[in-house]
Design a protein around this ligand. Sequence first.
Ligand SMILES: Cc1ncc(C[n+]2csc(CCOP(=O)(O)OP(=O)(O)O)c2C)c(N)n1
Ligand code: SF4
Length: 284
Amino acid sequence: MLTKEDFFCDFENKWCPGCGNFQILDAMKEAFAEMDLSPEKLLIVSGIGQAGKTPHFFKCNFFHGLHGRALPVATGAKIANHDLTVVVSSGDGDCYGEGGNHFISAIRRNIDITLLVHNNKVYGLTKGQASPTSDIGFQTKMQPHGVIAESFHPLTAALAFGAGFVARGFSGNKAHLNQLIQKAIAHKGFSMVDIMQPCVSFNSVNTHAWYKKRAYDLADKNHDTTDIDAATALSRKWGDEIPIGILYQKESSSYTDRIDHLDQGPLIGFTYEKERVQQQIDNG
Ligand SMILES: Cc1ncc(C[n+]2csc(CCOP(=O)(O)OP(=O)(O)O)c2C)c(N)n1
Ligand code: SF4
């Protein structure tokens, strides 16, 4: 039986004390350990940002790539070796801003990976500019009169694009987040958990106390997770009450299920004849 210490890596961590990322990191390690996911069978992929640094603090396979480009890398890795459990750790800017197009494509493909978005509603690493999920009126050094664009609703978008597992977590409820991560990984196909995460340095509105007062668990409300209309209405709920938990779940065949030959085993295990490949290249 694994413990979270099996994923421990002593790489220096420079996140601000009190950052919600610490609880997300811990919830991830606990979830992986409880699922008995051995580090060599696990791949964490990230882009750029504070959230993007998450894999540095794990002992397992990881790939830290370009801003907004974690999902295509994760997609390629899953196709090459579908025996791997592939988890993407991304920020709201990384995933919904710079990587927005890849977000849509990953959902459409239903690639069997899990996306965890550390959503602090701000660009943390670059010192506090507004992100796609910043609320209208949110003031920053770059937007001193407040954000004037409408906020992006990631869960509503995911449902509209056809995602089969759509959930919201809160870094301040680690036990709940741990369970959500486990359910997301167990889901066959694309799964996403948008995680409300306080940024103590650049978001003085959506603080830990602000979220704690508003977050309520959908599991206590008899929500039917197969009801897409109810899920869509819940996905837009923001303000005095914010639902956390699984909004929607429906399994269907994933991208790798639909690729011929992968039922014979992962691509990386296939052998090939060099001469035949060369012949194909020579023949154009
Ligand atoms: C293509 C590109 N554009 C912009 C940047 C600069 N940049 C680095 S991190 C970042 C925003 C990170 O915000 P988010 O994804 O929300 O992560 P956080 O740091 O808040 O966890 C930006 C704009 C970059 N590195 N590459
Ligand atoms: S700037 Fe914000 S997101 Fe980045 S480490 Fe500090 S508190 Fe966390």
